[in-house]
Design a protein around this ligand. Structure first.
Ligand SMILES: Cc1cc2nc3c(=O)[nH]c(=O)nc-3n(C[C@H](O)[C@H](O)[C@H](O)COP(=O)(O)OP(=O)(O)OC[C@H]3O[C@@H](n4cnc5c(N)ncnc54)[C@H](O)[C@@H]3O)c2cc1C
Length: 482
């Protein structure tokens, strides 16, 4: 039987992961003939780490997910700089902007999302593209464009104080730029944080040299001059970086009658309304689950790889609750679950601790002994412990105060990683679970260096390296991965 022709449109984080997992299940290409079509001109890379490239602590090569030889070594037909422009579902053919059409037995849309620009005067050109003096941050080309303009002392405005806006502002601040972060809501990251945490985060930004303006909307952008706010104030800026959210990239799907601007609806097998077309990652819409995050994209890729190769015919996608992590310089924030509940909540037990002068804040919600939500700012150890309790469902210790203040020893991961469920995320920067590491250990024969190479775990902020070491080899205590 000839292999099934699978074409993946989009070589970003979801498409790259899917291709890897298909080849992991079908290394010789006997089951699946794989073609990946990617609009970008370089091998896939970890977008989550772009702020590190922006502030100069990481390089473009350092965040690459694949080397130049990856496709050849893995029997993948990879078309870089290739844009899919039309999907003929009746003929099961995808047309490219340049080059012959490609036939498929199964097509996977992994087209991601694109930055959304708000309707502020002067921000966009005629076709909706960023106007002169305006940038967005989605890819390495954006980083290069922003870096070319922003040096020490250069005034920069960042519009949008969500997670990406705060990370971007802090990264530009570390480049030495004079950054003003403008956010229309009363406090930063209002979808994740309560007002106290938002206030402390703004203080931390201020300490890091970023000026924060909240509660005011930008009303007009003037190229080379800056941004006018609704109260008439003017923020000088040689560059305005817009981080006001993303929208699923669905043009190809919509033109083919699949999905809408909100995303491409898929079932738990990641199938669209057309059984020959699937969607994964930011462009896919799975029920009410939040999109625009890496973990769901990679979980979906794993399920689809099982289904496309037949390795796991019963695999189904179930959304897992997201954990938001922001680590930029001295700012360390973890948020998840029912973080919006106040101390007076009747829905759950809520505990809080705030030390604004020292930039620390911890709020914890519990249902019985289960951790159901948290906001942790400036206390990385507490954030890690609570996340682990949340991910594993392990009962919280009875001494809640000690837990909140970080005086409880972390759950036994460092001593006994075998106890952790496989789905526990060990490396948040690269979204690597214990299962990923265990699989890689089996494939590579173990050893921390091999594991890091195989999974890229610990190549982001590096916080998880001790855990990766323990999982790589319970006896290994030294050795620097390269
Ligand atoms: C700066 C930054 C920081 C982030 N931080 C976090 C974080 O901390 N945690 C988190 O969970 N998520 C984070 N994200 C979001 C995360 O990167 C995305 O959820 C993830 O990249 C989704 O993967 P994807 O493959 O669906 O989309 P993408 O990675 O965007 O890949 C889509 C690819 O498809 C290509 N493409 C689109 N249309 C076509 C076409 N017609 N033909 C060919 N190719 C096409 C695009 O060029 C792109 O290369 C961050 C994103 C950014 C930009």
């Amino acid at each position: 039987m000839s292999p099934r022709r699978v074409v993946v449109v989009g070589y970003g984080m979801a498409g790259a992961r899917l291709a890897e997992l298909v080849r992991e299940r079908d290394p010789r290409g006997e089951l699946v003939e794989l073609t990946v079509v990617g609009a970008e001109s370089r091998p896939a890379y970890n977008r989550v780490l772009l702020p590190g490239v922006l502030d100069g602590t990481m390089t473009a090569d350092g965040i690459a997910l694949h080397g130049r030889e990856w496709a050849r070594d893995n029997r993948v037909r990879l078309l870089l700089g290739a844009v899919a422009v039309r999907l003929d579902r009746a003929a099961r053919v995808v047309h490219l902007a340049d080059g012959p059409p490609i036939g498929y037995d199964a097509l996977v849309l992994a087209t991601g999302s694109r930055p959304w620009l708000p309707p502020v005067g002067g921000l966009t050109g005629e076709r909706g593209e960023p106007a002169r003096g305006v940038a967005t941050l989605r890819g390495l080309d954006d980083c290069a464009r922003i870096a070319a303009v922003t040096g020490p002392g250069v005034p920069v405005a960042v519009l949008g104080g969500g997670v990406l806006g705060v990370e971007t502002a802090l990264a530009l601040g570390r480049r030495g730029a004079g950054v003003t972060l403008i956010h229309p809501a009363p406090h930063l990251m209002e979808r994740h944080l309560d007002p106290t945490a938002g206030m402390i985060l703004a203080r931390l930004c201020h300490t890091a040299g970023v000026r924060v303006v909240t509660g005011l909307t930008a009303v007009r952008h003037y190229p080379d001059e800056g941004v006018k706010l609704e109260d008439g104030a003017f923020v000088p800026a040689a560059l305005t970086v817009v981080t006001t959210g993303v929208r699923p990239e669905t043009d190809l799907a919509v033109a083919a009658g699949l999905g809408s601007a909100e995303g491409v609806p898929v079932d738990d097998r990641l199938r669209t309304a057309d059984p020959y077309v699937h969607a994964v990652g930011d462009c896919a819409r799975t029920g009410d689950a939040p999109s625009g995050l890496l973990r769901p994209a990679w979980d979906q890729a794993a399920v689809l790889a099982d289904l496309l190769t037949g390795a796991g015919p019963t695999a189904r996608y179930r959304a897992s609750p997201p954990v938001t992590r922001l680590r930029a310089g001295d700012v360390d924030l973890t948020v998840f679950g029912a973080s919006h509940l106040g101390l007076d909540s009747r829905e759950a037990e809520v505990l809080g601790y705030a030390d604004p002068a020292r930039g620390t804040y911890a709020k914890l919600t519990l249902d019985g002994d289960r951790v159901t939500g948290a906001i942790v700012l400036g206390l990385p150890g507490v954030g890690a412990t609570l996340t682990q309790l949340y991910d594993t469902g392990w009962p919280a210790p009875a001494d809640r105060l000690a837990l909140l203040l970080g005086r409880t020893p972390p759950p036994a991961v460092d001593d006994d990683p075998a106890r952790l469920p496989g789905s526990t995320v060990i490396c948040r920067c690269n979204s690597v679970t214990k299962d990923d590491l265990t699989r890689a250990a089996r494939a590579t024969g173990g050893g921390v260096t091999a594991l890091v190479r195989a999974t890229r775990a610990s190549t982001g902020c590096g916080d998880c390296l001790p855990k990766v070491r323990r999982l790589a080899d319970p006896h290994e205590t030294t050795g620097t991965p390269t």
